[in-house]
Design a protein around this ligand. Structure first.
Ligand SMILES: Cc1ncc(COP(=O)(O)O)c(C=O)c1O
Length: 464
């Protein structure tokens, strides 16, 4: 007897399919046993023929039953190993591998977002609308460079908010910075072998270029951004920079240096990779236009991400290739498919098209500014003149330079962890190990204002 539950969310045909399959696998329905006809079973279960037919079709398609002309359906003779294995087939409980970090009460990691900030309801609405509208496209591979509508939306947004000048044709939808850097590394490998990176700077570009056999040249960073004299003196023909908010120091490269950097690229046939990762989050003064916009025809690869304002878990980002690299990009990747889910791309496009993105950016800017201000106030109150803040006014972190005696970065991180505080080591941004001064990288994106105040206070008591 099969039992169909009309209150169950699972369709009736699926319930029936599962029950018959279970009997086949457990041997209760032996090989070559005849199944009742569709009509008889439908009558027996007081259900529609469609329900029984749907279950039979699925069992037939998966090979649990076979049909004989004008005789009906019969149980297949299954592989001798399949039945016993499946007899008591419970999904195995995998024990979760140990998590890398204990749960912290105060997480100052610079790349965390407020868990409550993701616009779930709006995202779900856009997602469902895309599902309804684009069913045909979901049976195909998308465009290799990414969904055209999303590329158009990004182009308009970048022009309006970052003064980036490009055509959608130059945009590639990527799955994070690592992915875009991998693509660029392959693209440039033929004619380049040495990359200059900011020191201190984001560790990821060093890893990606090193893994692609490039030589990495660390170039010091000052308050005006990367040191141009040191760059010129190096043999690098590519430079990776974060000119609008240097990671980790937060410095902004002034326009004179930007023009000099562009000159370095143009005069030597060199390439600039501009990472504009958190440009949406500037709290004081005017937004800083992109470097790309100063020379749209220059050798500048512009990179941006949705990780800092929307969600790093989406793995959704983009890059703008200069025209000089576009033909080679198409040649190299003509047989590749986009690695970014088309459904996520379409949802993002819809989110932007309906104006949700720019509203969300404004909301996040206000929310993060409050946290940023709470951080500065707490530092002032708890550290006074024992520390100096560097790089405030933008992004999701500040750098705290400790003055005078202190136990050093490693010990501070250890002591902080004992008090359930997570600190990301500043030294991880330094190519040549920890600097002479002790700097703490204090992210505030994933904490509430109250947590920031408490966390800073506890931290300040670690060393008097
Ligand atoms: C300098 C810099 N660029 C880019 C990113 C983000 O990249 P993704 O798009 O891979 O999330 C980060 C994240 O912390 C970053 O620090």
């Amino acid at each position: 007897m099969y039992i169909l539950d009309h209150n169950d969310h699972e369709p009736l045909y699926k319930q029936l399919y599962k029950q018959i399959r279970e009997r086949v696998l457990s041997g209760k329905l032996p090989a070559h046993a005849k199944l009742p006809s569709v009509r008889d079973l439908a009558v027996e279960l007081s259900t529609s023929r469609n329900t029984v037919d749907g279950a039979y079709q699925e069992l037939y398609a998966e090979g649990y039953i076979y049909s004989k002309e004008r005789s009906g359906y019969f149980v297949s003779a299954l592989d001798q190993y399949a039945a016993p294995l499946s007899r008591n087939h419970e999904p195995r409980q995998q024990s979760r591998p140990p998590q890398p970090s204990p749960s912290f009460a105060y997480d100052f990691h610079p790349a965390r977002l407020d868990p409550a900030s993701f616009p779930s309801a709006l995202w779900r609405t856009c997602f469902l609308e895309c599902l309804r509208e684009s069913s045909r496209e979901f049976s195909l591979y998308g465009e290799p460079q990414g969904d055209w509508v999303l590329r158009c939306a990004i182009q308009q947004y970048l022009e309006r908010s970052r003064a980036v000048i490009c055509e959608p044709e130059q945009i590639v939808i990527c799955s994070g910075l690592q992915h875009s850097l991998e693509l660029v590394a392959h693209l440039l490998q033929e004619n380049h072998s040495t990359v200059a990176v900011e020191n201190p700077g984001y560790h990821l570009p060093r890893a990606v270029f090193r893994n692609n056999r490039f030589t990495i040249v660390p170039v010091p960073v000052g308050t005006d951004g990367i040191n141009l004299e040191a760059l010129r003196a190096s043999t690098s023909t590519i430079v990776y920079v974060t000119p609008s908010h240097q990671l980790p120091m937060g410095f902004v490269m002034p326009v004179s240096n930007r023009l000099n950097l562009i000159d370095w690229a143009e005069s030597g046939g060199n390439i600039i990779i501009e990472d504009d990762y958190d440009s949406e989050l500037r709290y004081h003064g005017k937004p800083i236009p992109s470097l790309q916009g100063l020379r749209p025809d220059g050798n500048i690869v512009y990179m941006g991400t949705f990780s800092k304002v929307l969600s790093p878990a989406l793995r959704l980002s983009y890059m703008v290739l200069p025209r000089s690299l576009l033909a080679r990009f198409k040649l190299l990747y003509q047989d590749y498919f986009s690695v970014v889910s088309l459904l996520e791309q379409k949802t993002m496009a819809k989110f932007m098209e309906l104006g949700h993105w720019e509203r969300h950016v404004r909301r996040m800017r206000i929310a993060n500014q409050k946290k940023h201000d709470a951080m500065l106030k707490a530092i002032e109150r708890c550290f006074g003149d024992r520390a100096t803040v560097i790089g405030q006014g933008a992004g999701l972190h500040v750098v705290l330079r400790l003055q005078g005696e202190n136990p050093g970065e490693t010990e501070i991180i250890r002591l902080a962890a004992q008090r359930r505080i997570n600190l990301f080591p500043f030294s991880a941004t330094c190519v040549t190990g920890a600097p002479a001064e002790t700097n703490l990288l204090l992210g505030f994106g994933g904490m509430t204002a109250v947590e920031i105040e408490e966390g800073v206070e506890i931290l300040s008591r670690i060393f008097p």
